[in-house]
Design a protein around this ligand. Structure first.
Ligand SMILES: NC(=O)c1ccc[n+]([C@@H]2O[C@H](COP(=O)([O-])OP(=O)(O)OC[C@H]3O[C@@H](n4cnc5c(N)ncnc54)[C@H](OP(=O)(O)O)[C@@H]3O)[C@@H](O)[C@H]2O)c1
Length: 270
């Protein structure tokens, strides 16, 4: 296993913690026996131990001892408490990755020993099925090799991009909140299909498959979306009739404004 990242401790075995555990194990980045998950809920830990074959613990400080990478996946309000618990055992050799929304690098670093290597990230829910979009920023002491390790972890559950920390709010507004916009888009397209007589189930699946197909063409053909749109828009045809309605309704500017509003809200909350 050349890509092995060593021993991984994940603090918080909820939605994100368990997603990352399953993702890195199935990507072969770490052996299940080298992963320790911690939580306050014993039954949740028991379930994950039997499903994933990981070690589990209730004591965060003990679980962090000896880990190469520590992933912090508790709710933002609990991060300070967790950092205070583990600060005494963290060394400058370990890499600390946070997925907590809105918790700044400076606030994480200030609670850990000087020189602690920290990476802050913003994942999204599709990480759960391995197609997440993740933005991340490095702290003062994280080196290129640490970013390499973090990228391998993120890429096990999706696609990741390093950005300056100040742009993580933009990532939140786009890919963090974005799945909700796309769920609404799919629901609305499905309503359109139903309006024109399609059965609901067929309509929703056609809508979702269309969104996935279009997204994959953008990523896999590496083509500008406007060019792909032009390719399916014949003169006087059906698609340009639909596009005209979308433009009149302010479709594109509504999405731009949505990303902006969510990013600004992330800034306020942070
Ligand atoms: N879910 C997403 O799609 C998503 C997207 C982007 C970022 N995030 C970030 O990911 C982090 C986790 O979110 P989540 O949705 O995975 O939350 P979650 O499902 O509530 O998971 C957090 C887990 O941590 C446990 N916990 C609480 N205090 C703890 C402690 N002191 N030590 C160890 N574990 C403790 C919680 O137990 P109890 O429930 O019993 O308190 C819960 O099982 C958050 O900071 C969030 O901002 C999540």
């Amino acid at each position: 296993m050349s890509d092995n990242i060593g021993r991984l401790t994940i603090i918080g075995a909820g939605a994100m913690g368990s997603t990352f555990a399953a993702g890195v194990i199935s990507a072969g980045l770490v052996r299940a026996e080298d992963v320790t998950l911690t939580d306050v809920d014993v039954s949740r830990l028991d379930e994950l131990r039997s499903n994933l074959g990981v070690s589990v613990a209730l004591d965060n400080a003990a679980a962090v001892n000896g880990a190469d990478v520590v992933l912090i996946a508790v709710k933002p309000a609990v991060v300070s408490e967790v950092l205070d618990q583990i600060a005494g055992v963290i060394t400058s050799k370990q890499l600390i990755i946070s997925v907590a929304a809105g918790v700044r690098l400076e606030s994480i670093e200030s609670r850990l020993p000087s020189g602690a290597k920290v990476i802050r990230s913003m994942p999204n829910t599709p990480c759960r099925i391995g197609v997440g979009a993740i933005g991340f920023a490095r702290g003062r002491f994280a080196k290129d090799a640490d970013v390499g390790v973090a990228s391998r972890i993120f890429d096990a559950v999706g696609m990741s991009f390093e950005v300056p920390e100040k742009l993580l709010n933009a990532v939140t507004g786009l890919s963090g909140s974005g799945p909700a916009y796309v769920f609404m888009l799919i629901e609305a397209l499905s309503d359109g299909g139903v309006r024109m007589g399609l059965p609901r189930e067929v309509s929703t699946k056609l809508a979702a498959q269309t969104v996935m197909g279009a997204a994959r063409m953008v990523l896999e053909e590496n083509e500008h979306p406007a060019r792909l749109k032009d390719q399916v828009t014949s003169p006087g045809g059906t698609t340009i009739a639909g596009i005209e309605v979308l433009e009149r309704a302010g479709f594109r500017s509504a999405l731009i404004e949505a990303v902006k509003a969510a990013a600004e809200r992330a800034d306020e909350l942070g």
